[in-house]
Design a protein around this ligand. Structure first.
Ligand SMILES: Cc1cc2nc3c(=O)[nH]c(=O)nc-3n(C[C@H](O)[C@H](O)[C@H](O)COP(=O)(O)OP(=O)(O)OC[C@H]3O[C@@H](n4cnc5c(N)ncnc54)[C@H](O)[C@@H]3O)c2cc1C
Length: 288
């Protein structure tokens, strides 16, 4: 199939992007890396009247160090984050998760902002952002709003973005001293969207868990933090927390059945990932 007819305008500055978005009466959409939107146009799942290309706006690209952690421009590509030494040093989870996103060709063009705004429940970045308590910076001609990642992802392919708003940057808190970041997922083939995945950040006090942050993907309509389970693990050993995961995660995760996996199978993957990543994090903490 071919895409339906649409107008296309290239925005070179933020002002131009907002002007173009608000200046049309029909359905205007921004396009960033085009790695999801172009496929959805070709499948005729989207039919915007106007595409505003924001992909060349320099102000919304790049990774900078902030007092709190990292500020990542929404137009920064998956590959730029994957290969950034600053990102790896300040928030190791990003370097750990990036290689799981699609294939190198897609990572070279797709952006963290595009992935966040698409809000695919099986995407890697949203799970990392929820686990780490990131903040999404949304701009429009009316001003700026800062929305916590947990509130930004509202449902399958649904976010807190209002019409006319653009996600311009994401602020991610830095890794705490002694905190270990690990990521893993189960996919049918390398590069496919995962059936289930987990972003995990933990600190240890000897053999016991001192802090735990989780971000599950593919286990609900949005990335899920399973905060009650994570809080209950404080003071436990890795083995105790792994054993508790079996019943506790079923209370908080919302896996769905599709042609790849049943809901029960996904839940089982979540338990295995939790045990596996807790052990991996504890080993890394010991050798750090
Ligand atoms: C074969 C294949 C496999 C893939 N596998 C994975 C995978 O394993 N994991 C994964 O996470 N992703 C995967 N993807 C998706 C890929 O990561 C995309 O790059 C990403 O989801 C969208 O980013 P983009 O910059 O290309 O956005 P686009 O395709 O340009 O846009 C996507 C949507 O977001 C909106 N949008 C984009 N940027 C903004 C912004 N700054 N503000 C407001 N709205 C915005 C657009 O209007 C559009 O609705 C895969 C894609 C393909 C084609």
């Amino acid at each position: 199939m071919k895409a339906p007819l649409f107008d296309y305008r290239l925005a070179r500055t933020p002002e131009e992007a907002f002007e173009l978005l608000s200046g049309t009466e029909g359905d205007a959409r921004v396009i960033a890396g085009g790695q999801s939107l172009v496929a959805s146009l070709n499948l005729r799942l989207s039919a915007p009247d106007l595409l505003v290309d924001i992909g060349r706006i320099a102000a919304w690209k790049g990774i900078t160090r902030t007092e709190r952690g990292l500020l990542i421009g929404a137009l920064t590509t998956h590959a730029e984050i994957e290969h950034s030494s600053l990102a790896a040093e300040r928030v190791h989870l990003l370097a750990a998760a990036a290689p799981f996103i699609a294939h190198p060709g897609i990572r070279n063009a797709g952006t963290i902002g595009g992935s966040s705004c698409l809000a695919d429940p099986a995407a890697e970045w949203p799970a990392c952002l929820v686990a780490l308590g990131a903040e999404m910076i949304l701009e429009s001609p009316a001003g700026e709003r800062v929305v916590p990642a947990r509130a930004f992802f509202r449902d399958v392919y649904e976010t807190a973005l209002e019409p006319g708003e653009i996600l311009t940057a994401i602020e991610i808190p830095a890794q705490e001293p002694g905190e270990v970041h690990v990521f893993d997922e189960f996919a049918r083939r390398p590069g496919d969207f995962a059936m289930a995945g987990l972003a995990l950040a933990a600190r240890f006090d000897g053999p016991r868990i001192a802090s735990l942050k989780l971000g599950f993907l593919g286990l609900g309509p949005t990335p899920l933090g399973a905060e009650t389970f994570a809080a209950s693990c404080i003071g436990m050993t890795v083995d105790e927390a792994g054993a508790a995961a079996a019943g506790a995660l079923a209370e908080e995760l919302e896996p769905a059945e599709d042609h790849h996996a049943s809901a029960d199978y996904r839940l089982r993957l979540a338990e295995v990932l939790t045990r596996r990543l807790l052990s991996r994090a504890a080993e890394r903490a010991e050798t750090a």
